[in-house]
Design a binder for this molecule. Structure first.
Ligand SMILES: *Cc1c(COP(=O)(O)O)cnc(C)c1O
Length: 374
């Protein structure tokens, strides 16, 4: 069959081999009537901690809530500052503001799209409580210098690992390869359906190596209860549905193979697009899971339209930097404050990279890009 369109993401292809197991596990949950917490959630937490190389994992209601509950657990709020990147999904900085703290932006390294660790120290003030690096598109931020700076200034590090489950970073300081969510004080994950490990609705998780923090996050997830109706903290309802946990347990064993498929697809694009656009630059020692395969070109808008005309799914993550968002006008930033981020926002384009892409589909994407530049 000749290919005449390629979606940006095709969840049908992903679900097909798992369908029977999913229906069976859903039936089990319905039969048990344990819709909140219970054995599926406990099992997911054990497996998630194990997969991420962290001591503890706490499953929560979304990636956004993972960030919120982490900030709450670290008692970050009014009067505090948190350093992060302006080139990320809104939730990263939105959550910092929602707990009453001030997001302080630092520009990105244009090669990796991640926070430029060399520019962090200049933004530290006596109010700074934490650094929140984002592992954008799957590639981990440069954690060695970030952790050294955090240690020197006594700051927490909250990894926004929403796009990076299973990504790794070789730490020269520790002389060991580390997984996303295992290096900082806390790691935050999202199981939004388009993430590499996607639920059938909203869900997320928090990882940490700190036992006391893990306990506190578990309490905060249930309105701060230490035991039923005894509230040590003012928490919220950040619980995950048992149905989501059950689904994620079925999908988790497929995750490594899916990462491999994405990495192979990325390699194909790397080779075939190298002379046309800037392909992703992955730093030595890093393994990305390619939540997005993001190219750069100065003719981005025209290329986007050309690909859309040929029904090739593509998207701009993200067209507007966070310091230029209306809701953050009160922070007082202006256009030009973060030139690398602003340039990226004008040049990036994400291509279909999901594991189940066929050779014909990949060839169609490459041909579409070649015909634009011809
Ligand atoms: C998806 C995402 C989030 C939020 O996760 P949700 O599960 O959608 O709430 C946060 N940060 C980044 C970088 C993300 O990509």
């Amino acid at each position: 069959m000749t290919v005449n369109n390629v979606p940006l993401l095709d969840l049908n292809a992903q679900y097909e081999p798992m369908k029977d197991d999913i229906i069976q596990t859903m039936t089990e949950v319905f039969n048990s009537k344990r819709f909140i917490n219970g054995p599926k959630v406990d099992e997911l937490e054990t497996k998630m901690a194990d997969y991420c190389g962290a001591k503890y994992a706490i499953a929560v209601s979304s990636g956004t809530d993972a960030l919120i509950v982490s900030l709450m657990a670290l008692e970050i709020g009014a009067g505090d500052e948190v350093i992060t990147t302006p080139f990320t999904f809104f939730a990263t900085a939105g959550c910092i503001a929602r707990v009453g703290a001030k997001p302080v932006f630092v520009d990105i390294d244009p090669e990796t799209f991640n926070i430029d660790s060399k520019q962090i120290e200049a933004k530290i003030t006596p109010k700074t409580k934490a650094i929140m690096p984002v592992h954008l598109f799957g590639q981990m931020a440069d954690m060695d210098p970030i952790l050294s700076i955090a240690q020197k200034h006594n700051l927490y590090v909250i990894e926004d690992a929403a796009q990076a489950i299973g990504s790794t970073y070789y730490s020269h300081n520790l002389k060991v390869e580390k997984k996303a969510g295992s290096m900082g004080t806390i790691g935050c994950f999202s199981f939004f359906p388009s993430k590499n490990l996607g639920a059938c609705g909203d869900a997320g998780a928090v990882t940490t190596n700190d036992e006391a923090l893990a306990k506190k996050i578990k309490a905060l997830r249930m309105h701060g209860e230490s035991q039923r109706y005894y509230h040590d903290y003012i928490g919220g309802n950040f619980r995950i549905d048992a149905l989501q946990a059950a689904l994620l347990l079925v999908k988790l064993p497929y995750l490594e193979a899916q990462h491999k498929g994405r990495i192979a697809n990325a390699k194909y694009y790397d080779i075939n697009l190298a002379n046309l656009v800037q392909t992703p630059k992955i730093h030595t020692g890093c393994k990305t899971i390619y939540n997005q395969y993001t190219i750069r070109t100065q003719k981005r808008d025209q290329l986007l339209k050309h690909l859309q005309d040929q029904k090739i799914g593509c998207a701009v993550y993200y067209p507007v930097c966070l310091h230029e968002q209306k809701c953050f006008a009160y922070l007082g930033y202006k256009p030009g404050d973060f030139p690398a981020s602003e340039k990226a926002a004008q040049e990036v384009l994400a291509l279909p990279v999901y594991a189940e892409l066929t050779n014909e589909q990949k060839a169609y994407v490459v041909a579409g890009i070649k015909s634009f530049f011809a």
